[in-house]
Design a protein around this ligand. Structure first.
Ligand code: NAD
Length: 256
């Protein structure tokens, strides 16, 4: 049990990769709070996992909700040891067709959310004096731009940068901040990606996904199971000497 009695807060943990992390953390002995804008799905997820998991409603773009949730989890559990900034949305358009509405939505959820979650949770970790682990979900999309994916790529590049700055500021408090950059992970997120590529590239549903799967050196999409091992490692004391890094879990797509 590598996370015995640790308290983990996972944003966007109602489904997909975040749900996979919640299950894996509980198996390693942690208590997990799934904080998601979709409280119905979050409650279903917590029920599925069992009594070590709990759901709480949170829109990561709302700073007053962030403060209330972090205060409530800290009060109920006596601290927060692990934060996973996992909630995000996907949207795409080339630079000459982006909209302010899309920009505000993508950056509010994908960047502002993680920034202010890190602020609120790191202050709790500092006040409790026992350090902590913060994991930000970046993406291979943050490693280089894509012609049709201007805003999402930029938001994930910003997550990589914010991870580095936060790690350097928080290391003196025993808080390790790192990020994970998945490649392509099967699930509802990729249903959205596939549908949007179909629209922009004139493809049939499923066509983009099939082409992308073939292009991954390992020959397939990831599942949340493929990503969870790194998350457990980064949440555990095994990673105590590691900070400011972004690790690729992408079947060989990006080399760095
Ligand atoms: P997903 O879309 O399946 O799940 C995202 C979760 O975030 C959902 O439960 C949703 O309700 C929640 N959410 C959305 N807006 C929110 C808000 N404002 N406040 C709180 N919760 C909110 O995504 P996923 O595939 O599980 O991806 C998880 C993370 O990994 C994301 O950061 C994503 O960008 C990143 N990622 C995913 C892939 C992939 O191929 N799936 C690849 C690279 C990176």
């Amino acid at each position: 049990m590598r996370l015995k009695d640790k308290v983990a807060l996972i944003t966007g943990g109602a489904r997909g990769i975040g749900l996979g992390f919640a299950e894996a953390f509980v198996k390693e002995g942690a208590k997990v709070v799934i904080a998601d804008i979709n409280i119905t799905r979050a409650q279903e997820a917590a029920t599925q996992i069992g009594p070590q998991a709990k759901a709480i409603a949170l829109d990561v773009t709302d700073l007053s909700q962030i403060d209330a949730v972090v205060k409530s989890v800290d009060g109920e559990y006596g601290g927060i040891d692990i934060l996973v900034n996992n909630a995000a949305i996907f949207d795409m358009a080339p630079i000459n067709e982006i909209t302010e509405e899309s920009y505000l939505k993508v950056f509010d959820i994908n960047l502002k959310g993680p920034l202010f979650m890190m602020k609120a949770v790191s202050n709790v970790m500092i006040s409790r004096g026992r350090g902590g682990k913060i994991i930000n979900m970046a993406s291979q999309a943050g490693r280089r731009g894509e012609a049709l994916v201007t805003l999402y790529c930029a938001s994930k590049a910003a997550v990589i940068s914010a991870t580095q700055s936060a790690a350097l500021a928080l290391v003196k408090h025993g808080i390790n901040v790192n990020a994970i950059a998945p490649g392509v992970v099967d699930g509802e997120h990729w249903d959205v990606v596939d549908a949007q590529f179909a629209k922009w590239e004139g493809l049939k549903p499923g066509e983009k996904k099939a082409a992308v799967a073939k292009s991954v050196p390992i020959g397939r999409f990831a599942t949340p199971d493929d990503i969870k091992g790194l998350a457990v490692f980064l949440a555990s004391s095994d990673s105590d000497y590691i900070l400011a890094q972004t690790y690729n879990v992408d079947g060989g797509n990006w080399m760095s």
